[in-house]
Design a protein around this ligand. Structure first.
Ligand SMILES: [Zn+2]
Length: 188
């Protein structure tokens, strides 16, 4: 839970809820990685498909975190879907940025991590493993058309701005109401 909750936090949460619901529509059922069948799928992706290793650096830490290949936010609008999640270690769970301060794609992220750790030779194999999980197998991510991707972006942006606007409207309304209801000191 955030320590300081801003209107932007609320709007971002709404966008993630939307990306979750859309992802689950394509997947065909609820996908809660914290419980039941969703948790079983996440465990299978972690322990069987990726053999308990970080998909980027290949290490086998005690605890693997959930990483979205296509980022689950307003930069990339990735869906919450089994084909979009991979395991990674704490160190690798911070997407690298390019020279313009924008986060890089998962492929570029993998390339940077392999290069920085002197494991250039492992890049291609790791890329293939991730790509196979993302596009083939039983959990393949839906092959969205340009139109679908565009619609997701438009809806997410509209949702983001309306949540922010609602909070701003509430503040204005609150100011008006308190002005109307506040008990003023009698004039002398
Ligand atoms: Zn790692």
């Amino acid at each position: 839970m955030a320590i300081h909750n801003t209107a932007a936090d609320a709007a971002n949460t709404a966008v993630r809820a939307f990306l979750t619901e859309v992802g689950e529509k394509y997947w065909g059922k609820i996908f809660n990685t914290g419980t039941g069948s969703g948790k079983a799928i996440w465990n299978k992706i972690k322990n069987e498909i990726f053999g308990g290793c970080c998909c980027y650096c290949g290490k086998r830490p005690d605890k693997l975190q959930l990483e979205y290949l296509i980022m689950f936010n307003r930069e990339e609008y990735g869906l919450h879907h089994p084909g979009n999640i991979v395991p990674c270690c704490t160190d690798c769970n911070k997407r690298k940025k390019d020279n313009n301060g924008r986060h890089v794609s998962w492929e570029e992220n993998l390339r940077i991590i392999c290069t920085e750790s002197g494991q250039e030779g492992s890049f291609e194999q790791r890329r293939k493993n991730i790509m196979k999980h993302h596009t083939e197998g039983e959990y393949a991510y839906p092959p969205l058309t340009d139109n679908e991707n565009h619609s997701i972006r438009v809806m997410a942006e509209s949702l983001y701005s309306s949540i922010k606007t609602e909070i701003e409207k509430s503040l204005i309304l609150y100011a008006k109401l308190t002005e109307a209801f506040v008990v003023k000191e009698p004039e002398k």
